[in-house]
Design a protein around this ligand. Structure first.
Ligand SMILES: Cc1cc2nc3c(=O)[nH]c(=O)nc-3n(C[C@H](O)[C@H](O)[C@H](O)COP(=O)(O)O)c2cc1C
Length: 197
């Protein structure tokens, strides 16, 4: 089983990166192959809405030659994609939003090409935020759930921790065990779906 962690914070060693550590450790302990990709240090431009990807059959087909090409390779490799992001203005960071918008070439819904390059993949969210719970992450989780529905992906849920004291909040036994338990839940969800990978 292959898992791609897309880490969307501009703080490469901040809260969200810290919460990724126990998640990745547990995934690896479960025998999962993990790729950890930070977005803020890559050149990933916004979607230009040219729709050229919609006429390219069987390939991503984006006209922009930038860092998204490698992210797409990683997405195609993965069984499970974890969107790890701080909540910014009730949604994800702009770095992650650019990647989410650039999913267009993976769904051939609006042009001459047909089908999906990523249907059936699993998606989950790992979030950090200042406000409590659903009030903080609700709009982003709803957006991702709808993106999954639209793209025929399997949404496996969210784990999040509140930023009360910067990095210290993400180093508590509760935060660490919560991230590990979430990892185990994700592995099980993919394995049940795939009949044991
Ligand atoms: C520009 C900006 C916008 C933010 N917007 C929200 C928000 O809408 N809701 C929230 O709960 N926290 C918000 N926060 C707090 C961050 O989500 C929180 O501090 C997070 O843990 C930062 O993670 P990082 O260290 O990985 O960047 C915001 C922080 C910044 C810098």
């Amino acid at each position: 089983m292959n898992t791609l962690i897309l880490m969307g914070s501009p703080r490469l060693h901040g809260n969200t990166a810290e919460l990724c550590k126990p998640l990745m450790e547990e995934l690896r302990a479960q025998g999962v192959q993990v790729r950890y990709v930070t977005l803020a240090d890559r050149d990933i431009r916004p979607c230009r809405a040219c729709y050229r990807c919609q006429d390219v059959e069987g390939a991503y087909g984006c006209v922009q030659q930038d860092g998204m090409a490698n992210v797409v390779e990683d997405i195609l490799w993965a069984d499970l994609i974890v969107l790890a992001t701080p909540i910014y203005s009730w949604y994800c960071t702009p770095q992650m939003k650019a990647v989410l918008d650039r999913h267009y070439g993976l769904n051939k819904y609006y042009g001459k090409a047909k089908g999906s390059l990523w249907a059936g993949k699993h998606v989950a969210i790992l979030a950090t935020h200042g406000y409590e719970g659903e009030y903080a992450y609700g709009p982003f989780e709803t957006g991702v759930q709808r993106l999954c529905e639209h793209s025929k992906l399997v949404y496996d849920g969210l784990y999040s921790v509140v930023d009360e004291d910067n990095l210290a909040s993400f180093r508590t036994p509760e935060a660490i065990e919560g991230a590990r338990a979430f990892a185990r839940r994700l592995v099980e969800a993919v394995q049940v779906d795939r009949g044991g990978l």
